[in-house]
Design a protein around this ligand. Structure first.
Ligand code: HEM
Length: 411
């Protein structure tokens, strides 16, 4: 039986519509569920108090029990994957819904940002930040590679349905199972931080906030200066692999595509360039830039924008016939373990690992900014501000404080 956190539905008894996430959708017969194996056939309701919201995970046996206890609707399910026509229709519905969600996210960004505050846990859990930091530090002392993983993890969380810890949910077809997230690391660090903070303030600090603190603490561990992280995010209730695959920008994107991708989250071209500076730490794998080395275009076997000796070195590391998919290549060739501005210097030397990196220097629209960001002082000052903006994407007033970051709370 298929089971996932995908596509929970909220029934709104006053308006008799089903809602998903931040926006309303038509009645259940036409509800597209991005990656669930079912569609809802029939729904009736009774006795639901006004304004009550219920989460429905139809394949989950424990939820089904809860649903039968609540007796506010009946349903039949169709196994969608056995019906390709349904699948195609659902995919287009899903794209439409994703677009609508992103529209809502960008329109409401100031309202969402206002849900967040510095020192959010000052009264409710004054030691939260320091306890999280201690747990993160202790995990990173065991494996410092996880620091880059956590910075990337917050980006991958925020760009898919907003910063709601959807990346942390376990299950079939959740975001973390998407190929684009296959190399994401650091989940155990968030678990350790959650356990530590639950021990002092149970049910108070959201997993999405923990991830935001952990990402900042990771940059500090790599000798970055850090920034004040806002708190107040709620944890989401669903997570879909397909959404991650659709929403996260691939490394083949050019500047126009990157600008557009960030703009849909209410983030500017400038913020996009600054946030890309995270590639000052961490690694990429051969398959992500393979085409640049061996199959670039009709006229160029190798991407001419790569520094010639760097291209040769990459070809040695990632040989055409037998490249190693587990080999890790530093994205910053100058100081790969330091959270500093050298990523931008690397771009000026044509040593950007991905098209999405190098094009920031090669495109006239972003080159000037890349040059400015080569200054440690400028990068330092601006990175934290951009992370605060990214950390406010799609945050919502509704949701829960998960007790375990890997699973939604039972009723
Ligand atoms: C601008 C669009 C972006 C693209 C196309 C992109 C793409 C990628 C790719 C392909 C990798 C390597 C994955 C692998 O080979 O396993 C990577 C790694 C990484 N990304 Fe990005 N990224 C982008 C923006 C960001 C942002 C905004 C952040 C954080 C704020 C970020 C943080 C990182 C970090 C820290 C790593 C290294 C992870 C590790 O070593 O485990 N990236 N990114």
């Amino acid at each position: 039986m298929y089971k996932s956190h995908c596509a929970p539905l909220y029934y709104h008894p006053t308006t008799s519509v089903w809602e998903r996430s931040l926006f309303r959708i038509p009645p259940p017969a036409s509800v597209p569920n991005c990656c669930s194996l079912w569609s809802v056939k029939k729904v009736t309701h009774s006795g639901v108090p006004r304004g009550t919201r219920k989460t429905v995970s139809l394949e989950d046996p424990s939820d089904s029990l809860i649903l039968s206890n609540l007796t506010f609707f009946n349903f039949e399910t169709i196994p969608i994957k056995e019906n390709l026509a349904d699948m195609a229709a659902l995919t287009s519905h899903f794209l439409l819904l994703t677009w609508a969600l992103l529209l809502v996210m960008s329109v409401d960004s100031s309202e969402q940002a206002s849900l967040l505050r510095d020192d959010f846990y000052k009264d409710s859990c004054p030691d939260a930040e320091s306890v999280i930091k201690a747990a993160v530090d202790s995990e990173l002392d065991k494996n410092l590679k996880l620091a880059a993983g956590l910075i990337r993890m917050q980006f991958h969380d925020c760009f898919v349905e907003g910063c709601d810890a959807s990346i942390l949910l376990d299950g079939n077809d959740t975001e973390k199972t998407a190929p684009i997230n296959s190399n994401l690391i650091g989940y155990e660090v968030v678990d350790a931080a959650k356990e530590a903070v639950e021990a002092i303030c149970p049910g108070v600090v959201s997993c999405s906030d923990i991830l935001a603190y952990a990402a900042r603490d990771s940059t500090v561990k790599l000798n970055g200066t850090g920034w004040a992280v806002q708190g107040g995010r709620k944890d989401g209730l669903f997570s879909c692999a397909e959404a991650a695959e659709l929403e996260l920008p691939p490394p083949t994107f050019n500047v126009s595509q990157l600008i557009e991708s960030f703009a849909r989250r209410g983030l500017s071209k400038k913020q996009m360039v600054i946030l890309s500076g995270s590639h000052t730490v961490g690694v990429g794998h051969c398959d992500k830039f393979f085409e640049r080395l061996y199959n670039f275009s009709e006229t160029h076997f190798t991407d001419p924008s790569i520094n010639a000796s760097y291209a040769e070195q990459l070809k040695t590391d990632c040989p055409q016939a037998t490249f190693n998919t587990t080999l890790e290549i530093f994205m910053d060739t100058i100081t790969p373990g330091e959270f500093d501005a050298n990523y931008y210097k690397g771009l000026s030397e044509h040593k950007g690992l991905f098209t999405s990196d190098q094009s920031l220097f090669d495109d006239r629209r972003t080159r000037k900014l890349v040059k400015k960001l080569m200054s440690e002082r400028v990068f330092d000052r601006q990175f934290g501000e951009a992370m605060r903006a990214m950390g406010a994407v799609g945050v919502r007033a509704e949701g829960q404080i998960r007790r375990n970051c890997r699973t939604v709370n039972p009723w």
